[in-house]
Write a protein that binds this ligand. Structure first.
Ligand code: AMP
Length: 282
């Protein structure tokens, strides 16, 4: 594996690799865990060359403390990537990715206006900025994203459409969980041991809501999820929305969508955790 720091070097290596076959890109912000690894393994299976980017993108953080406290574990990340059979680890500086300020405003539309878009102003525009740059730098055949960030995938698809990335396949990958159900996340290391023992309640309650949904209205299911999670110590639900998987728009009744997805964010202490669940009602 080669660690690459500059865009020029990355482009040169990949121009050569492209003549030999397909390129799979896995964008990450590092502090890598088995969730990331599941995307990387899939990329490895499906492509001739695998590039993983590790870049904590400042433009997608609307909260300076979140950016400052985001875990950075570059050496461990490089070792994990090497072990996973990655060809190129792209680990650029902020100046390399943003030699000048990126003032682009993406017209992402309704998929970016709700949930994370409403709670974290500018977040998805920052995601669109960095992912569009990564797509240009690497020109991948396929790019891999985790369904943990369910809304993010819809936003990236919209960005790809706006920017004309028509020959690039965006691959959704399922959420990887700890044995107790907690969705793997780089932020989990910030939980105290006590909070860590309570955090799996999020996924357990979401799972239990699949059964509730058979008898309760959508509004009552939402309320049940929020109240049940909030009853745990440290837990504070920021939002729970049940949306259509394609449009990301909240639905009012179960019959309003063939693919309802419940998307949640919960503060466990001061750590913001995210998860989601697909409701299959028939
Ligand atoms: P991040 O480093 O948090 O920006 O995540 C990089 C990519 O890994 C994103 O596409 C995430 O959705 C994905 N990812 C993070 N955690 C998980 C997980 N537990 N399961 C599946 N994908 C994940």
């Amino acid at each position: 594996m080669e660690i690459i720091r500059t865009v020029a070097e990355l482009k040169a290596k990949l121009d050569e690799a492209r003549t030999r076959g397909t390129i799979g890109l896995v964008p990450t912000m590092g502090a890598l865990h088995a969730g990331h690894l599941s995307l990387i393994e899939r990329a490895r299976r499906e492509n001739d060359t695998v590039v993983v980017s590790v870049f904590v993108n400042p433009t997608q953080f609307n909260n300076p403390t979140d950016l400052a406290t985001y875990p950075r574990t570059e050496e461990a990340d490089a070792a994990l990537l090497e072990n996973a059979g990655v060809d190129y680890a792209f680990m650029p500086s902020v100046e390399e990715v943003y030699p000048e300020p990126d003032n682009r405003q993406f017209d992402l539309g309704p998929v970016a206006e709700v949930m994370e878009g409403a709670m974290r102003p500018g977040h998805f525009n920052g995601v669109a900025q960095v992912v569009s740059k990564l797509f240009r730098f690497t020109e991948p055949t396929r790019a891999y994203f985790g369904e943990k960030d369910f809304q993010q995938i819809a936003v990236i698809r919209k960005m790809a459409q706006l920017e004309g990335f028509n020959n690039l396949e965006i691959v959704d990958c399922p959420i990887k969980r700890e044995a107790d159900g907690l969705a793997m996340s780089s932020r989990n290391v910030r939980l105290t041991p006590e909070q860590r023992s309570i955090a799996p309640a999020i996924s357990l309650v979401l799972k239990a809501s699949l059964v509730k949904a058979r008898e309760l209205s959508l509004a009552d299911t939402k309320k049940w999820v929020i109240d049940t999670i909030n009853a745990f110590p440290y837990m504070n639900v920021e939002y729970y929305e049940i949306v259509d998987a394609a449009t990301m728009q909240p639905i009012g009744e179960w019959s309003d969508s063939a693919t309802p997805v419940g998307c949640i964010t919960v503060f466990c202490g001061d750590v913001r955790l995210i998860d989601n669940i697909k409701y299959i009602l028939k």
